[in-house]
Design a protein around this ligand. Structure first.
Ligand SMILES: Nc1ncnc2c1ncn2[C@@H]1O[C@H](COP(=O)(O)OP(=O)(O)OP(=O)(O)O)[C@@H](O)[C@H]1O
Ligand SMILES: [Mg+2]
Length: 269
């Protein structure tokens, strides 16, 4: 279980809090979507949970242990984090990147078991044929899949992914979400995934946590969250929700729907 306790953060002293007293728990074996508008604090929260950032106040407990006090390799073996912007400057091949995922286990000397996990991760993301390609020679979506494979190869109980579907085509996006679902259902892993597509969250996740202005404003099952009044609390938009074959889906694309606080380019200022 990940237990976020009264976490607050501001990037610079004297600036407004980007996380404001966040309290949330992630029980094992669930896929949770973290949603919210740009700047809501999703990446900051994920970074605090993944120990990529030390919050100004509060703590994050991993199965009861404060991650700030736990040895780094202990946390690395339990939790893998895919960042929103992945930039590795070294010229690496796909398979080498994924081998990095085994580093907390192998410390550089990969065993037969490590190699087989790497091969499986390549297969999971449909990148076996591109295993020896350099990352800077891939398309954006192919590169994203390589990074997801590196995260999966870490074989951790907790998997935190910040917008993993960025750049993915529909087939690969669906495949990755199915993979995350299986990871939770079959291996009892805990998956926390930042998503912008609320319909993906509704279709694949057990729970949706909505953030706004650094706070958690909504936390519930898709059935609870996929309602026009609840979505308005998160996104400040009037979003119609329809039941389609038992799925609650938002139909927020409508060219004639007025979106508040964005200027209408047809109107003079
Ligand atoms: N390194 C940083 N230094 C200063 N401010 C930052 C930094 N990173 C993020 N912020 C600010 O913190 C707030 C929350 O940012 P965060 O990246 O957590 O949002 P987000 O919910 O992930 O948004 P998005 O959907 O655009 O990725 C924003 O107002 C942003 O400008
Ligand atoms: Mg973000």
């Amino acid at each position: 279980m990940i237990d976020v306790r009264s976490v607050s953060h501001a990037y610079l002293d004297g600036t407004p809090k980007v996380l404001d007293d966040v309290e949330v728990t992630f029980p094992p074996g669930q896929v949770t979507a973290l949603v919210g508008s740009n700047g809501a604090g999703k990446s900051t929260l994920l970074s605090a949970m993944g120990r990529l950032l030390t919050p100004k106040a509060g703590s994050v407990l991993l199965d009861g242990v404060d991650i700030a006090k736990a040895p780094p390799t202990t946390v690395a073996k339990r939790m893998a984090v895919l960042r929103q912007d992945n930039r590795i400057s070294a010229r690496l091949t796909v398979v080498d990147l994924i081998r990095f995922g085994r580093f907390p286990y192998s410390a550089g000397r990969l065993t037969i078991q490590d190699h087989s996990v790497v091969e499986q991760a390549l297969d999971y993301v449909d990148m076996t044929a591109m295993r020896d390609c350099f990352l800077d020679e891939l398309s954006g979506g192919q590169r994203q899949r390589a990074y997801i494979a590196m995260i999966l190869a870490q074989d951790t109980d907790y998997v935190l992914l910040d917008e993993p579907l960025n750049n993915l085509d529909m087939r690969h996006a669906a495949a990755i979400m199915q993979l995350l679902r299986r990871t939770a259902d079959d291996l009892e892993r805990t998956v926390i995934v930042v998503l912008h597509d609320i319909n993906v969250a509704s279709s694949y996740c057990d729970r949706i946590v909505g953030m706004r202005d650094g706070r958690i404003v909504v936390d519930g099952t898709p059935a609870h969250v996929m309602r026009t009044d609840v979505l308005a609390e998160v996104f400040d938009m009037d979003i119609p929700v329809h039941d389609i074959d038992g799925h609650q889906l938002a139909l927020h694309w409508a060219p004639d729907r007025h979106v508040s606080h964005l200027t209408d380019p047809r109107r003079p200022a």
